[in-house]
Structures are given as structure tokens and as C-alpha cells.
Design a protein around this ligand. Sequence first.
Ligand SMILES: N[C@@H](CCC(=O)N[C@@H](CS)C(=O)NCC(=O)O)C(=O)O
Length: 345
Amino acid sequence: MRTFRGGLTIGLAVAVLVAAAAVAYERYDTRTLKRTIRRGEVLCGVNAGLPGFSAPDDKGIWSGFDVDFCRAVAAAIFDDPSKAKFIPLDASERFKELQSRKVDILSRNSTWSMAREENYDLYFPAVAYYDGQGFMLPRSRNIETALDLNNSKVCVQDGTTTLLNLADYFRTNNMKYEEMKFPKLEEVIKAYDSGKCDTFTADVSQLYALRLNMAKPNDHIILPEVISKEPLAPVVRQRDDDWMMIVKWTLYAMINAEELGVTSKNIDEALKSKKPDVMRLVGNEGTYGEDLGLTKDWAVRIIRHVGNYGEVYERNVGAESKLHIPRGLNQLWNAGGIQYAPPIR
Ligand SMILES: N[C@@H](CCC(=O)N[C@@H](CS)C(=O)NCC(=O)O)C(=O)O
């Protein structure tokens, strides 16, 4: 009888433990790396269509800065950048969808903010692109500063930090505005295009991208004021540290490679380099890749297939792209910007 009761107690304790583990598993996904490797591809949540950042062409081939970052993660893991699958996500649903494991990583012009990490149990490993919010409006309106936007109708997308900063900016400057808010980007653009709004507000990089798609891009100007900090970063789930480390160090490998002058074109020479920093980057010294759960040439794979940070920037949004966004804050720290990667050592 005593044994029976003891067995019952143990049974109950085991059941409680299993239930607690199930709850913990539901809340925290700690197995993304294993699942990704088993699946053979990285699932990337991206913007449905933002030229320069992420957009499919007419054959369904994706390109852009955010797309390349996902390809870099796939290259680090699989030595094959094509092992990244792109899943377009709306602004308002993106964090819930990452939380519910629809994607492994969000690489979608998402601003790192405290509430987003707290409310969705997410983590933004490192800043991929320092952005800020601005205003676009028809050149014909002859407005040169955002402080002259009093009483404007402002087009803005719902579910974004943009909406919150807009309210702060007008309140701080004692100005009135009418919020013309839409859940989908197409609706915001349509409203702006058809003259329903006096101005359109979004991250400056997005204004550059969207202006390209206007019938007459030259008819629209972007005002000089940048009214917020928008550190755009990839996003992963909290307490999934193996995965978070890979995402974080993929970006840092790209930034360090640029700082060390290692590019997709000279990577084979870099493999012969005797410079200690370069030797660590390319895996000829230390076990940095193995310690990430990858191979020693993890960074070589990224640089060879996708390029260093500067190459990715210039190709997609900088001088070699249609957007021509100056490097600005995204220049390396030793060249006037604030992109700064901790060392690989
Ligand atoms: N960085 C801001 C804004 C990001 C954002 O989603 N912006 C909109 C306005 S351009 C967008 O990309 N929309 C595209 C879409 O929802 O498909 C954020 O993280 O909230």
C-alpha cells in the first residue's frame, strides 16, 4: 500500500514536471538550430516588397539587404545561400508569427525596441541598419521642414513604430495632424498617391525605396528631419541561444570582414593571410566556428557567397543600387559611422 502511494506521488511529480517542461517549451523555443539543420533550410520572414531591402522579381527570385542577410545565415550553416526560404510577413503580424515559429528569423526592417523584446519574448541580436523616421511629400508643396507640417493629413502604416513616433513628434512640437492609418503598405501608398494625404511618414530608407516606385519619383522630396531612432535588426526568439549566436555573429562576421578588407572577391587570398585578425575570421586560428555549432570556415562561407557588410550595403541600397542611400550612420566606426562589431577572438 505504502509502495503504491509512493508510486502515485512519484507519478504525480513526473506529470507536473512534464507539464512544466511543455509550458516552458511552448514559451521558449530552444531548438531552432537543430530543426533548421534537419529541415535543410532557413525560414526567413521578410517584407513582402520593399525595393533594396526585400522584393521578389517576376521570376520569384528575392533580392535586397534583408534577403542577403538571411542568405548569409544559410551560407554559414549550409555553405549554400539558396537554402534560405523567404516568407513575406505583414508589419502587424510579424512578431506573433516569429513567436509562433512560422519563421526561424525575421529579417524585415524591424526596429529594435524594448516593448517588442518584452511583449513577444523576442531578441534582437545586433543592429543591421541604423535608420530613422522621416517625411516624404510632393515637391510642389514647397515645404522644406517638418516643422511646417502643422495641420497635415499624414499617411502611415499601422503596427509600426512609425505610428508612435509620429504622435510624439507632433505632440512635442505642438502641431496638429490627422492620422491616415492603413494596415497594408499598398493602401498607404495608394492613399498618398491619390492625394488623400499631405505627407507620407516611414523609415527614411523605406521612403527612398518607395519613392522609386512612384510614377514620377522626382516629384517627391524627403524632408531633412529624422525624427526617431530606428535601429533595424534581425529578430529571433528568446532563450534559443545557439540560434541567436549564429544570427548575431553572422552579422558581426560581415562587419568585421569589411573592417579587415576581406571581400567576396579576395576571400581566397584572405585564406592565406598571416594577419591574426584575418586568420581568426577565416578559421585558420581558433575554433570560433566549431564553438558556434558550425564549421571552421563559417565566415568564409558567408563572405564568399554573400559578401561583407559594405558589399551587401552598396549592392542593395548604396552606390551600386537604384536607391543610392548614403552610408551615413551605417559607415564603419573608423570611417565616420557607428557600425562596430565586437572582435572575433
Ligand atoms: N521599422 C519600423 C517600420 C517597419 C515597417 O513595417 N514599415 C512599413 C512601412 S514602409 C513596411 O515596411 N510595410 C511593408 C508591409 O507591411 O508589407 C518598424 O519596425 O515598425
